[in-house]
Write a protein of this length. Sequence first.
Length: 389
Amino acid sequence: MRTQIVIVGSGPSGLLLGQLLAKAGIDTIILEQKSKDYVLGRIRAGVLEQGTVALLEEAGAAERLHREGLVHEGTEIAFDGMRHRIDFKALTGKTVTVYVQTEVTRDLMEARAAIGASTWYEALSVSLHDVDGRRPRVRFGANGETHEIECDYIAGCDGFHGVSRRTLPEDRISAYERVYPFGWLGVLVDKPPISDELIYVNHERGFALCSMRSKSRSRYYLQCRSDEHIEDWPDDKFWEELTRRLDPETARNLQPGASIEKSIAPLLSFVAEPMRFGNLFLAGDSAHIVPPTGAKGLNLAASDVGYLSAALIDRYKRGSTAGLEAYADRALARVWKAVRFSWWMTQMLHRFPEASGFDRKVRAAELKYLLGSKAAQTSLAENYVGLPY
Ligand code: FAD
Ligand code: PHB
């Protein structure tokens, strides 16, 4: 087979890239190791920046998002038994949209199916060849046979555990990492959200987050130990612990119910540099991971794809490779700012087991400063709604 661009991975970054390129008449093949249903069943992120929404519009996959997404003009931070609102709209003129990643994926898959672009699900043992040479190729197994695709470029959109980053020679890649000493226990429940906006809770027993998927479905998280298992957390225990971390008035609005999904996610910051090696370009989680506290993972995948699609379109429509040359530096500059913001939100809002009395006092002072300073709130707001591309 032959195509212009092979995209490895059909998560949000691979699918969005495929759609933006298709709109410009550029041919792609997507290779995904899992089944379509598996990809659609993964429960993940929920908050979209305006820039992400704009790219989904450009990709022709934002119609349902505009109908069903919930526009949020602010968020709340709970600390010392009080809730404080950060007004994104007043501070930055921008908003965010709550629309779940599963639905973003579904809309992009449907848009791809509508144009008849090629996707191989359950592609086995994907391997990349000659990525820095003249004949980049991707090999994979399907239907009991081995297939090979020749292409101009390869987009590694295959997430943190994918094959693309691992194809780079070890001595050509620098990895920067921080593992946090806790995880997030998430529960999804078919009950209305506790409040109209998200509530990020700093509490001496640990962080909590009250989020939502729709007006009738809520998503809650509790900071938990990294070594805990979901079997240790029956629903009753989860609701009891969440109630203890909320102020009494908020807790009164909580509508517990039977969980329809429950999972534990480790918290990690990770960046691999560079994001380009020859004709291979990494985008999204394949190059970087952030802890979810800043709601940035999916949005960073989208901004990478924004830069990469523009660079590839320039290459095919105007014959200029300047955008491709600049891709890694431009993407990484934005990535590191989001890594910093996600780290900052995480260290400010969580309880660290090794924290000294001094550390705790400084953290409390930081929260009090934030909640009393318009300048500090503007800084949080402009990062949360998304820095410009
Ligand atoms: P992915 O969504 O990981 O997609 C990569 C795709 O590549 C997958 O479909 C995978 O099956 C496929 N693939 C992998 N290896 C291969 C291979 N060898 N060959 C072919 N295909 C392959 N972000 C937030 O902002 N908020 C959250 O609450 C949040 N929660 C998260 C919870 C979890 C458990 C995880 C893992 C992530 C979470 N994120 C969250 C991050 C967010 O979901 C990701 O940043 C986003 O999915 C990145 O999109 P992606 O397309 O780059 O990668
Ligand atoms: C979510 O709804 O899953 C969510 C929202 C905001 C975050 C993280 C996760 O910061």
